[in-house]
Design a protein around this ligand. Structure first.
Ligand SMILES: [Zn+2]
Length: 221
């Protein structure tokens, strides 16, 4: 039984920068000789991945505010046609996070008093917790199937290809909306995440690195 509190409207108006143009996938086709230096650079993130990372970074750096959130949703979800504009944003503020063993480390000891900030940090904690499951052993990727079964991602034909795209509903909680951006990207390239995803155990920073020596630590922790 859900124990979600009453929804909180945290939308406002503003704008922010977001550069997320997809670029060509880099190629490192070799000459038959194995190169052990300078692995190929990671390809630029997809639009959905860039948007999701922008959200996480914005919350972590406290740049994300109510107005910024509204702008981020418009720019990355409404304008591309992934979802209708929500008239309010909600996220459970009380009770254990659904995936608590993965998420609790990323919540501040003292919850923010500002309601929007409280929603944002809990959203980030839950999303990072999901991603953290991908580098656990054994892998916990149940959030992928949950998003598929809930219809928050769909397969569509783009050109001659089938692609996963986010399809959250405007009444979904914010963490499910943000997660749908990651899920659509992950389903399109599981190997990329399997090899390059890093999630810091301490601060929750999400990054991608070629042959990372430690996937659960960042440069700062
Ligand atoms: Zn860290």
């Amino acid at each position: 039984m859900s124990t979600r509190p009453s929804p909180r409207n945290v939308l406002g108006t503003t704008k922010s920068a977001d550069t997320s143009d997809p670029g060509p996938v880099s190629s490192n086709r070799g000459s038959g000789v194995r190169r052990i230096t300078s692995p190929s650079p990671l390809s630029p993130p997809s639009d959905t991945l860039a948007a999701a990372l922008t959200f996480l970074e914005g919350v972590a750096s406290r740049r994300m505010c109510r107005e910024e959130l509204r702008s981020w949703i418009d720019r990355n979800l409404v304008h591309p046609g992934y979802m209708a504009r929500p008239w309010r944003i909600q996220e459970p503020l009380f009770g254990a996070l659904p995936n608590d063993k993965h998420c609790s480390a990323f919540l501040p000891e003292v919850p923010p008093t500002d309601e929007t900030a409280a929603i944002l940090v809990r959203t980030r904690a839950r999303v990072v917790g999901h991603l953290r499951g991908l580098i656990q052993s054994p892998v916990d990727d149940r959030f992928l199937s949950a998003a598929i079964f809930a219809g928050r991602v769909r397969r569509v034909v783009v050109g001659e290809e089938m692609q996963w795209v986010p399809r959250p509903r405007s009444h979904d909680i914010l963490s499910d909306i943000v997660t749908s951006l990651f899920v659509s990207d992950i389903l399109g390239r599981r190997e990329f995440y399997a090899q390059n995803l890093c999630v810091c155990d301490t601060c929750g920073r999400v990054r991608f690195e070629i042959e990372p020596p430690q996937r659960n630590k960042c440069f700062f922790c």
